[in-house]
Design a protein around this ligand. Structure first.
Ligand SMILES: Cc1cc2nc3c(=O)[nH]c(=O)nc-3n(C[C@H](O)[C@H](O)[C@H](O)COP(=O)(O)OP(=O)(O)OC[C@H]3O[C@@H](n4cnc5c(N)ncnc54)[C@H](O)[C@@H]3O)c2cc1C
Length: 107
């Protein structure tokens, strides 16, 4: 977790307890699907997440994985003749697993 404070802090770099390393986790497809604009995916750092979750999900390797997921979702939606919002996230994950993406915790 690379969590930055939202205000100026006091103390030293050695106070405050430091960060922690979460267990591996999956990112739901809906985190990159725009709610109000049809057929728009939002990959990389600007995906939807809480501040705490984003302290892990916004880093470079994950941003790259989100880009791969968005590109794959766009291609899959086009192939299936549907919108990205209507695309089944599990179907997308199957496609990503076939590409060797992941690992996923539930695949
Ligand atoms: C100071 C700093 C240090 C970091 N250190 C690390 C680290 O050590 N390890 C790590 O994993 N991550 C680190 N990160 C985080 C990581 O760099 C970012 O989360 C990651 O680069 C996000 O990738 P992205 O593709 O989502 O966005 P970005 O890399 O920000 O790419 C977005 C691109 O969109 C372009 N753009 C913006 N607006 C428009 C527009 N209107 N039209 C066209 N193009 C546009 C921008 O020019 C940019 O090229 C750091 C970030 C910062 C700021």
């Amino acid at each position: 977790m690379d969590r930055h404070p939202n205000r100026t802090t006091v103390g030293t770099a050695n106070t405050g307890g430091g960060g922690y390393q979460p267990e591996p986790y999956d990112i739901p497809y809906r985190a990159i699907v725009a709610r109000k604009i049809e057929n728009l995916l939002v990959a990389g750092r600007c995906h939807s997440a809480t501040a705490a979750a984003a302290s892990s999900t916004r880093v470079t390797a994950t941003a790259m994985a989100l880009g791969q997921a968005a590109g794959t979702a766009a291609a899959l939606a086009h192939k299936l003749g549907t919108s990205v919002a209507a695309l089944n996230g599990i179907r997308l994950r199957e496609e990503l697993v076939a590409q060797g993406a992941g690992p996923f915790t539930d695949a």
